[in-house]
Design a protein. Sequence first.
Length: 215
Amino acid sequence: MEITSISQCWCGRSMFMLAMVHLIARIPLLIFLAALLVCASLPGFAQGGPPYYTNDPGTPGDLNWEINVGYMPFLYGDQSVSHTPDLDINFGVGDRIQLTYENAWLRVQSPSSAAKFGLGQSNPGVKWRFYDAGESGLSVSVFPQLFLNNPNDAVHRGITPATEAFLLPVEFTKKLGPVDVDFEMGYQFAHKGADGWITGLVVGHDFTPKLEGDV
């Protein structure tokens, strides 16, 4: 479970990313095969935010790739939006910089109409861990990101919002005794929409080298 909140933000960062990829019959076969091809051809590293939507200061490391593919449901009062799947690609430049591109094939469902499918907003970003006090110390990063509509008909069909945005969050991580604490806070500047704050908190403990519990 992840504690996350947001004010006036369409993307609704209140749901956490599920680690498994779920095949849905309506996903175009080409999108699914392309995601599998990318994941199979590049080594991945389990660092950073996933399976949670809150990010931490972790980066993949110099010239390393981190590829995350997940199913992400978002529930609203008048509709549901599912990322089927969500593709998150990260590349390390040096030990403290991460280049990111994220996008998703969306399924939008409302009670009054049939489900609609289409490409989501492109989400490029750059993470920089500018302070690092070691494995048990405080680490801090900044992770500016853009949310941009693609040149398709997703906005006209009601799949993505007309709003485009610039998100400027700061991530913190600190080990407090046996507990790891990750906290993210930032502000989203929206074009043709409302600005808003985002916050996220993840608290975890490594029970064994292969078993970790988070809340």
